[in-house]
Design a protein around this ligand. Structure first.
Ligand SMILES: CC(C)(COP(=O)(O)OP(=O)(O)OC[C@H]1O[C@@H](n2cnc3c(N)ncnc32)[C@H](O)[C@@H]1OP(=O)(O)O)[C@@H](O)C(=O)NCCC(=O)NCCS
Length: 171
């Protein structure tokens, strides 16, 4: 078994306050790492982040998923947030909203597992494109994404949007 396979991936429990809190805290840490400590804290309140986790869990508001990874001992190691979005032309696509791996679990292939999971779910939902946004200097993430076939399709300020076709005919 590879190190990445040792992680167990599952959907977040909808009514579990602790799990929602864990993810909301890591959403903040993601922002702190990606845009800088102060800006990352000031961007959204903790309450807004908790509501954002809830939003992805409420079927009537969002077709989305919040995935938690646990290590072999059952400790949370990272999370992934996905949803379907509509383009200005009215076409749906799969959006990888956030991905975070706890520092002590990095470089073990967990982000790769998350992307496999995201792409599989988007395909199940009939999506032909996977999209994600990040800072233009997030080298670790850009490397993973480009290795997986994502290409930069938009740049604005210091952010980039990357996309990957999930349709084998156009990939
Ligand atoms: C980016 C992040 C998700 C990567 O998670 P991870 O589980 O460590 O990634 P993986 O182990 O799957 O790495 C796969 C490949 O990505 C590249 N990579 C990952 N981390 C890297 C780093 N720090 N520097 C350079 N390349 C890196 C490597 O090519 C790596 O393969 P290798 O380890 O065989 O060399 C993690 O560092 C993280 O949570 N960062 C903070 C939050 C963030 O930036 N989220 C994304 C924005 S929403």
């Amino acid at each position: 078994m590879s190190r990445a396979e040792a992680f167990h991936l599952r959907c977040l429990q909808k009514n579990c306050k602790e799990e929602i809190e864990w993810v909301a805290q890591r959403m903040r840490r993601t922002l702190m790492e990606v845009v800088g400590e102060q800006e990352g804290v000031e961007m959204y309140s903790m309450d807004w982040l908790r509501q954002r986790v809830h939003f992805h869990l409420e079927e009537e508001r969002c077709t989305g998923q919040v995935i938690l990874a646990e290590d072999a001992a059952g400790f949370p190691a990272g999370h992934l947030i996905l949803r379907l979005e509509k383009s200005p032309k009215g076409e749906f696509f799969g959006l990888i909203s956030t991905i975070y791996v706890e520092p002590k679990f990095r470089r073990q292939g967990l982000a790769g597992r998350f992307y496999d999971r995201a792409e599989a779910w988007f395909r199940q939902q009939g999506m032909e494109q996977a999209v994600t946004d990040t800072a233009d200097d997030n080298t670790p993430l850009l490397r993973i994404l480009q290795d997986r076939g994502f290409r930069i399709v938009e740049t604005a300020d210091s952010m980039v949007r990357l996309a990957k076709s999930l349709n084998p005919a156009t990939a």
